[in-house]
Design a protein around this ligand. Structure first.
Ligand SMILES: [Zn+2]
Length: 113
């Protein structure tokens, strides 16, 4: 005599009674971006979120903006800057010297000089 029915019967009873846990989907908005290569990208974000002004174009990597007629990057606002250039922007040479002297001092103290 097969015992399959008995097992199946037990299984039905052991299944958890699950209340409907689904939430209604949060409201969304589509935001479209254009890069200067006329690539169009749409992203979907929460309706109450503020869309970022720029989005990296997934096709060419250029920044894309929400104005199709005036995509960002045509006149490059900020030229590429090296890390050192950014550091130099924040610190003067004198500040740099002071920091260097301070760091060397600390190093010498640690070494017991
Ligand atoms: Zn692009």
């Amino acid at each position: 005599m097969p015992s399959g029915n008995v097992i199946r019967g037990a299984r039905v009873g052991s299944a958890p009674v699950r209340p409907d846990e689904r939430h209604p989907p949060a409201p969304r908005q589509d935001v479209t971006y254009w890069c200067r290569n006329d690539h169009r990208t749409s992203i979907r974000i929460a309706a109450d979120a503020v869309a970022p002004p720029l989005w990296d174009c997934p096709r060419c990597g250029l920044p894309a903006g929400q104005d199709a007629q005036n995509p960002p990057g045509r006149a490059r606002a900020e030229p590429y800057k090296s890390h050192l250039a950014y550091v130099k922007e924040r610190r003067t040479a004198e500040e740099g010297e002071a920091l260097l002297a301070e760091a060397l001092d600390a190093l010498r103290r640690r070494r017991g000089e």
